[in-house]
Design a binder for this molecule. Structure first.
Ligand code: AKB
Length: 315
């Protein structure tokens, strides 16, 4: 069967870069971008686009049939900080959208799904360092509960109905092309913008908050990598641990100061501190490395250089 891809949530932080990469890899007309609203001109002009509400089953089904979609990347979600403010809305967006694509696959209308999970599936009782693939998971956020539940359903649909669903637990993702929205790890993107714009940054997490993070190019490689891996190499159908780098606000500040020596940071932790404190500091992703050959490329220093280089024109 010829591959035709639908990206749901294509205008978000991950979706934008994923769409560009998939369009570069396959012909543009075979990669359909969709979102609840239009995105950047570059994305809109690079291939087909559909307005789509991820919670509307028949709207997704209509696009799947019209464009003869085989693979769906479901990137629409409400992230951790916003989900704490709108718990019911977060629950219905994060869960309904997942059931919609799982059921399309169950009915044989699509053949493969990528669905992102997150380090938010872990909670305050999870071992904090080198967090194993299988461990205590008692998420204490709305977002984390939705992701953990989603993982259980993915595994269930695979076991019961043979649905080919693949997933990774993203850490905090850092990119210069599109801003993140509503996450707890967003500070690690904002800090680069503020460093260039104002030379100082007020951080909503405290100096010692170490979190697992990753440069977007690595995340996109992981996403496409797991989707292209042979079916029998995917041994985990809930979601794979995925890791690259870990740092705290002090360490990213020092990395920025190597390029901008006058840059300074101050700390005013808010409600997001409690969310960050419930998450691991580092992740053991050895199963992803063994099963389907995942490896990361970018260090904190590489990332800082690329971020500052690419953002400086904006300020
Ligand atoms: C968030 O901060 O909510 C996300 C995540 C870690 O899933 N970036």
């Amino acid at each position: 069967m010829k591959k035709r891809i639908l990206i749901i949530g294509a205008c978000g932080q991950i979706g934008t870069e994923l769409t560009a990469k998939l369009r570069e890899k396959y012909s543009s007309h075979k990669v359909i971008a969709s979102d609840i609203r239009e995105g950047e001109p570059e994305l809109m002009e690079s291939g087909p686009f559909e307005i789509l509400d991820a919670t509307n089953y028949s709207a997704i089904e209509d696009i799947v049939i019209r464009h003869e979609i085989t693979d769906v990347y479901l990137m629409a979600a409400m992230l951790s900080a916003t989900a704490e403010k709108f718990p019911m809305k977060a629950w219905s967006l994060n869960m309904d959208s997942l059931f919609n694509v799982l059921n399309l696959a169950k009915e044989g209308k699509i053949s493969k799904i990528f669905w992102p999970s997150s380090i938010a599936v872990f909670g305050p009782t999870t071992p904090k360092t080198n967090t194993p693939q299988r461990t205590i998971m008692e998420p204490s956020t709305v977002y984390g509960i939705s992701k953990q539940t989603g993982e259980r359903w993915c595994e269930y649909y695979h076991k019961k109905y043979g649905v080919d669903v693949r997933s990774v637990r993203y850490p905090g993702l850092i990119s210069y092309k599109t801003l993140p929205g509503g996450g707890t790890t967003d500070y690690a993107v904002d800090i680069y913008h503020k460093a260039l714009k104002h030379g100082k940054y007020i951080c909503f997490l405290n100096a010692e908050t170490t979190l697992p993070m990753m440069f977007m190019d690595d995340a996109i490689n992981a996403t496409i990598g797991i989707m292209e891996a042979p079916e029998n190499s995917i041994k985990i159908r809930s979601s794979y641990n995925l890791a690259a780098i870990s740092f705290d606000p002090e360490e990213i500040t020092q990395s920025i100061q190597k390029h901008l020596p006058n840059f300074s940071i101050a700390y005013e932790p808010d409600f997001r501190q409690e969310i960050a404190d419930s998450w691991p500091q580092s992740i053991d992703d050895s199963e992803a490395r063994t099963d389907w050959g995942w490896k990361h490329e970018f260090s904190l220093e590489d990332m800082t250089q690329i971020m500052l280089e690419n953002l400086k024109a904006n300020y």
